[in-house]
Ligand binder design. Sequence first.
Ligand SMILES: Cc1cc2nc3c(=O)[nH]c(=O)nc-3n(C[C@H](O)[C@H](O)[C@H](O)COP(=O)(O)OP(=O)(O)OC[C@H]3O[C@@H](n4cnc5c(N)ncnc54)[C@H](O)[C@@H]3O)c2cc1C
Length: 382
Amino acid sequence: MMKADILIVGAGISGVAVAYNLAKKGVKNIYVIDKGYFANGATGRCGAGIRQQWGTEINCRLAKKSIEFFENAKKTLDYPGDLEFKQEGYLILAITNEEHEQFKKNVVLQNKLGIPSKQLTKDEALKIVPHLNPNSFLSATFCKTDGHLNPFKMTEAYYLAAKKLGVKFSFYEEVLKIHTKNNKIVEVITSKDTYQTQIVVNTAGGYAKEIGNLAGVDIPVYSENHEILATEPVEKMQGPMVMSFAKNIYCQQVPHGAFLMGRSNPYAEQNHDVESSWQFLDAMSKTVVDILPIVGNLRVVRQWGGSYNMSPDRQPIISDTDQLEGFYMACGFSGHGFMFAPMTGLLLTQMILNEKTDIEMSSLHLGRFKNIDTKLIEKSVV
Ligand SMILES: Cc1cc2nc3c(=O)[nH]c(=O)nc-3n(C[C@H](O)[C@H](O)[C@H](O)COP(=O)(O)OP(=O)(O)OC[C@H]3O[C@@H](n4cnc5c(N)ncnc54)[C@H](O)[C@@H]3O)c2cc1C
């Protein structure tokens, strides 16, 4: 039998960020339990793009403050390696008039919040990425401080910093049961031990709903498979991430030269499938050749899938709940939880410690789904 002041389920980027922030505030006796190793879930399978060009105010704020953290993360976390943070922007293509008009509004919102994005004409976009097919888009938006990070190194940086502050990690240990009594948590049963604890943090990614169920907490999220591929590495030819919501693609060249690209499957089912398919390869190739024809000449060396944990409004759930005292969660990131992790860690820590949060939390709270406002649904997603 072990005793934990706080038990965190899942050592993906969210779990390690929460653990680090709690430990930095002086909380002792924190355990992080993962059924695999760190980055075993979506974190180790993601595209690791970092962008601030969002359509809702809350996502813009989360992303902007997170980027400020990433810019200094190596020093702040005292990480010995290179986090491979490249800030060469995101170029988001408007394909339709409707997108062109919507992006105009998005840029106004982003600029109001201090995000240095701008709307570009076709010619201006072609100056930034000359190998774009000029007939494939109308205009674009660009934010030069958006970028890409190595997800394994970033997770390791948080993990090492948290460990140095005394957080205990246990890998290859699965959380199996959460016992409660009178609306309070009593103990957590794992595949290896029993932990007496009154606080559980659910950062189980694609399995957040199941962890909620173990505690009798209903979380309206589901998982679906998103596929991605990597090409052979080539000499540097593209700085920014190129993205289109209408054409359903994101594509960028990472520092070691490979192109990473992904798209969502409109027919994806709600399950824990993380397989890869020839149908994805086929659709992905056709889309990239349409937008970035020259990239079509590269050989694909690897493809894989991973879970997006989807929330009803496509925005994260960073929350406590009146369904169970001491139960906290960060999930439902809907495919963008890597870039928000610094704020996830900070905000959940502030909530657990009953401090004033840096951002007003109502639009991130689980309770919002009782009355969903369709105007606030994030549409800038692939
Ligand atoms: C193909 C793809 C591309 C993506 N691209 C981007 C991107 O460009 N930018 C971006 O910001 N985000 C992106 N995402 C989303 C991002 O990967 C996730 O939102 C983020 O990694 C979620 O991190 P997490 O720590 O919350 O969950 P995860 O990384 O999934 O971690 C959850 C952990 O919980 C553990 N766990 C689960 N159940 C149990 C249990 N019962 N007991 C113990 N441990 C358990 C798992 O082993 C896992 O390690 C992408 C995702 C995919 C799949």
